[in-house]
Ligand binder design. Structure first.
Ligand SMILES: Cc1cc2nc3c(=O)[nH]c(=O)nc-3n(C[C@H](O)[C@H](O)[C@H](O)COP(=O)(O)O)c2cc1C
Length: 349
């Protein structure tokens, strides 16, 4: 994710990657809230587990699992290596993959390859482009952003909303003036659908409504409970880790519950992310109303320690759990998992 002082971007990206791989950057005293729910067991389930369907449509593609590897990286040599491996894993799993902020590809063609490598290694899946809200507000030509789409033959363009991170980052760009108008302009004119995502502080119902009015076709709530980007910047700045902003944000489960009712008014894809780290959590996020789930840091860590095979095994293992949950709740399709299948834990006793 970016800020105004572009010269330091590769160094900052490197630090972000290192901190996410080596330090405790999770929320400290706030969870994504999914542990507060339990599934209602169905003692009379009569499904054939083999016939449970996990596939879904994603911007015109049928993907094998309702899961997206979240936007993470690009613009450094480490990033190129990571993107290449994530692309192989996502392509073999037939799931979408987001690239990290493509700002550097605009600044220097030298960096283009670290993004292009994704499409080269993943010819068959939806790939999502990515640009920060702070850059979008400064853009005046559609050509630049269409170049980013072409670079990876993207199926959608993600705009990341990260005011908390920019606020805590030294030299961060906190000027988002005209953001909604720019998102509306982009949604009307760009050749692919626009996706709005946070990076770990969540999207409220009111913010989601404004984004949908502006024309976005998907919202990834990226709520609190997983990676704290306030935390990452606080560590980079070597500031007091007890900062009250470390845990700032709306938990993922709250965001899903709040944003889901907007589906009655708007046609959009609701993506649940922010600390998603198990198949049970994915199942709960979908049961609460998300169309699909996404994860970032846990996938990166898996790749770092266990390579492409580790990432594939992680995601296949998660969906084995989702399938079992669907069987035990009598849900043959993902939509059926959303039919009052959850109960709040406190109601059980
Ligand atoms: C190393 C790393 C780099 C990231 N860079 C970006 C980025 O460039 N653009 C973006 O939209 N999100 C970026 N993110 C944020 C994630 O997409 C995600 O929204 C956030 O980390 C919360 O998900 P998690 O709890 O599963 O990590 C990055 C995350 C990580 C771990």
């Amino acid at each position: 994710m970016d800020n105004a002082s572009s010269g330091n971007t590769p160094k900052r990206k490197k630090e972000h990657l290192e901190l996410c791989l080596t330090e405790k950057v999770a929320f400290k005293n706030k969870s994504n809230g999914l542990e507060r729910y339990e599934f209602i067991h169905n003692a009379i389930t009569a499904l054939d587990p083999e016939k449970i369907d996990l596939s879904r449509e994603f911007f015109g593609h049928r993907i094998s699992y309702p899961f997206l590897i979240s936007c993470m990286t690009g613009g450094t040599s480490e990033a190129e290596n990571i993107n290449q491996q994530l692309a192989v894993a996502a392509n073999e799993l037939n799931i979408p993959l987001g690239v990290g902020s493509q700002r550097q590809a605009l600044e220097n063609s030298h960096f283009a390859e670290s993004y292009r490598v994704v499409r080269k290694n993943a010819p068959g899946i939806p790939i999502l482009g990515n640009i920060g809200a702070a850059q979008l507000v400064q853009m005046s030509s559609l050509r630049e952003i269409e170049y980013l789409v072409e670079l990876i033959e993207a199926q959608a363009m993600v705009i990341h909303l990260n005011p908390l991170q920019e606020l805590l980052q030294k030299g961060g760009d906190t000027n988002f003036s005209g953001l909604l108008e720019k998102i509306e302009w982009l949604s009307k004119n760009i050749s692919v659908p626009v996706v709005a995502k946070e990076v770990g502080a969540g999207i409220s119902k009111a913010a989601a409504k404004s984004l949908l009015e502006a024309g976005v076709r998907a919202i990834d709530v990226a709520g609190a409970g997983g990676t704290s980007w306030a935390g990452v910047e606080i560590l980079r700045n070597k500031e007091d880790e007890n900062s009250e902003f470390w845990d700032w944000g709306l938990p993922t489960s709250y965001c899903i519950r709040e944003v889901r009712p907007l589906k009655d008014e708007y046609d959009f894809l609701l993506i649940a992310s922010g600390g998603i780290s198990s198949g049970m959590e994915i199942a709960k996020a979908i049961a609460l109303g998300a169309d699909m789930a996404a994860s970032a840091r846990i996938v990166l860590q898996k790749l770092h320690h266990e390579g492409i095979t580790g990432v594939k095994e992680l995601i296949v293992g998660w969906f084995d759990v989702v399938k079992k949950v669907m069987y035990l709740t009598g849900s043959a399709r993902l939509e059926e998992l959303q039919e009052q299948k959850l109960i709040k834990k406190e109601e059980l006793y």
